[in-house]
Ligand binder design. Structure first.
Ligand code: UDP
Ligand code: MG
Length: 336
């Protein structure tokens, strides 16, 4: 009881502190072939910063994930005018999660907000994210309310993924969360300690804990350009996320092994019993059936093991998860 009161007192102290604080907020967005979205994104963010000018300072960290279009040229041009914009260019395309990681390593804020660079994640939600940080939450996740911005297939497959992921892992993911969230510096520092070969931020953020709140938002249509996650890439991402957070697929073999041994034992007992009754059971066809079934199962399990072994292989290589080829510096608004 005493402990509960002490906890409450601590929480209240944190809330009081944050209510009056003037935090430095870093907004991180990875951009890959988003040439048409850079200017609209920056203006939308600046509008929000303007509204919050009395209560926080902002910097923007854009990470060009090896774009092949004129994204980098756009970013550099905008950075010349927008002092709070810091930009990094990766040496090639390293993928959304690694680009995000590169950005996070280069933030200086007390609070960081990550979002997509295609304006699907509305910057107008930032005041609400920040208000919840002031209420003492260290992670403010967002949950998309998607009324048809994504295709039916994308919505259904995403639903299926969250279901399978939650079944196979001990991390609880909320349906419809993406990498649009606010994190306190201490959460960020915990994430930067991860050595995962393939970061899956949604899982990692759920894994680290901390006081978390989820707020809904309405998913916006892409401002310009097309999605960088076609089906093949989405499947790869989903599989990789499961390998990162679950070893259940490795253990499925044990279950199937027990089951098939049991069936084989029953069949064999029956064959022997028949033999003693003077009947020889014919049936090379059924034998062949069983053998090919088991071979099928065996190859699937072998492949599954391969997924994990290849992950160990990658981890042993210990290659960098991103490489920065160019950068521009930025500063917080009040540092000018
Ligand atoms: N992205 C990236 N590298 C990639 C793929 C995507 O930096 O290899 C960025 C992309 O520019 C966008 C965000 O990640 O800002 C989300 O990608 P996208 O909008 O294509 O995904 P969707 O919203 O369609 O799921
Ligand atoms: Mg998008």
């Amino acid at each position: 009881m005493k402990q509960a009161a002490a906890n409450e007192e601590n929480r209240q102290r944190l809330v009081d502190q944050r209510q009056t604080a003037r935090p430095r907020v870093s907004v991180v967005a990875p951009v890959y072939n988003e040439q048409g979205n850079i200017r609209p994104l920056i203006s939308a963010l600046q509008e929000v910063f303007q509204r919050l000018a009395d209560e926080a300072d902002f910097e923007i960290v854009l990470v060009d994930d090896g774009s092949a279009d004129s994204t980098w040229a756009e970013v550099v041009a905008v950075a010349a005018d927008v002092l709070e914009l810091k930009a990094l260019r990766l040496s090639r395309n390293f993928g959304h999660q690694n680009a995000l990681l590169a950005g996070l390593f280069n933030t200086e804020g007390d609070v960081v907000i990550t979002m997509d660079g295609d304006l699907q994640h509305p910057p107008e939600l930032i005041p609400e994210l920040l208000a919840n940080w002031r209420l003492g939450y260290d992670v403010v996740n967002t949950e998309r309310v998607d009324i048809g911005e994504n295709s039916l297939f994308k919505r259904k497959s995403s639903h299926f993924f969250y279901h399978v992921f939650s079944r196979l892992t001990e991390v609880r993911l909320t349906q419809g969360t993406s990498d649009f969230r606010l994190m306190d510096k201490k959460v960020l520092n915990s994430l930067l300690m991860f050595n995962d070969v393939r970061m899956f931020f949604r899982g990692a953020v759920a894994w680290v804990g901390f006081s978390t709140l989820t707020v809904p938002y309405r998913l916006q249509p892409r401002h310009s350009g097309t999605t960088k996650y076609p089906l093949k890439r989405m499947l790869g991402f989903a599989g990789s996320a499961i390998v990162s957070f679950s070893t259940v697929p490795l253990k499925i073999g044990i279950f199937i092994g027990f089951l098939t041994s049991l069936l084989a034992f029953a069949e064999l007992s029956w064959v022997i019993a028949q033999y003693f009754r003077g009947i020889t059971v014919p049936g090379w066809a059924s034998t062949l059936g069983i053998v090919s079934l088991l071979f099928g199962v065996l190859f699937i399990l072998l492949g599954t093991m391969g997924l994990y072994v290849s992950r160990i292989h990658e981890a042993l290589q210990g290659r960098p998860r991103f490489l920065i080829s160019e950068s521009t510096s930025g500063r917080f608004l009040n540092d000018r």
